[in-house]
Design a binder for this molecule. Structure first.
Ligand code: GDP
Ligand code: MG
Length: 163
């Protein structure tokens, strides 16, 4: 089976922007079945000679914030169950939030390797805002900008052992 990367993170960190950058127009499936996989998007990426599948966990952006963690957890666990590696995205501009820390705990409890990436790191962003993510307890974060296409090669290097 094709290696699978699950993009995990709280709403608005740029998961779908990164998914679109990796997958482009090769979107394979929009899964709108009811239940835990609702609104999940999957697609095939071809990057630097590697083929892999990407899962964008989505569909909870418009949810009641009070019910958000439960829905997110369901989607995250469903995606992790199929993933060879989790790409944990945080927002270098917002800084860490309690939800990032909670997602970090779910990921540590899962039996899946985790690559941490700090998105929105384009331009002259302070290094400190990227390294804040080290508090999550994973390897050093990859700085990237999904929107501007920066750091994608570094991201690929980090993913490569798992795909
Ligand atoms: P998701 O909820 O995690 O899927 O996040 P989205 O991909 O929908 O992006 C949320 C917002 O962040 C949108 O307004 C994007 O344009 C913006 N965004 C995504 N990636 C970047 C980035 O690399 N830099 C900046 N400055 N904004 C970004
Ligand atoms: Mg999204």
């Amino acid at each position: 089976p094709i290696p699978t990367v699950a993009i995990i993170g709280r709403p608005n960190v740029g998961k779908s922007t990164l998914f679109n950058r990796l997958v482009g127009k090769r979107l394979a499936l929009v899964d709108d079945q009811p239940g835990v996989t609702r609104d999940r998007r999957e697609g095939d990426a071809h990057l630097l000679g590697c083929d892999f599948r990407v899962i964008d966990t989505a569909g909870y952006e418009d949810e009641d914030p009070n019910t958000l963690p439960g829905r997110m957890r369901q989607q995250t666990q469903a995606a992790l169950a199929e993933a060879d590696v989790a790409l944990f995205l945080v927002d270098a501009r917002d800084g860490l939030t309690p939800l990032d820390e909670e997602i970090g705990r779910w990921l540590r409890a899962a039996d899946v390797p985790v690559i941490l990436a700090a998105n929105k790191a384009e331009g002259r962003i302070a290094a400190s805002s990227i390294y804040e993510a080290m508090a999550l307890g994973f390897d050093d974060p990859i700085a990237l900008s999904a929107e501007h296409g920066e750091g994608i090669a570094d991201l690929f290097e980090a993913l490569r052992p798992f795909i």
